[in-house]
Design a protein around this ligand. Structure first.
Ligand SMILES: [Zn+2]
Length: 64
């Protein structure tokens, strides 16, 4: 039996300037992703339609 510990995503709060960010969902291919958190330099989005989570690299200087 394989033991698999699910990796907890440690999300930082989305910087205010990214709260309105949207991204194209890779699953339903529509612009439904809304920023739900930040992981390092990546913004984590969740599709409002199919609930898929995905991330996108953000521009470094905007987190400075
Ligand atoms: Zn989707």
């Amino acid at each position: 039996m394989r033991k698999y510990k699910p990796i907890e995503l440690k999300l930082s709060p989305v910087p205010a300037e990214f709260l309105a960010e949207t991204a194209v969902c890779p699953v339903c291919d529509q612009n439904y992703g809304v920023a739900i958190g930040r992981m390092g330099l990546r913004l984590v989005f969740q599709c409002a339609k199919c609930k898929v989570k995905f991330h996108r690299l953000a521009r470094v200087e905007q987190f400075a």
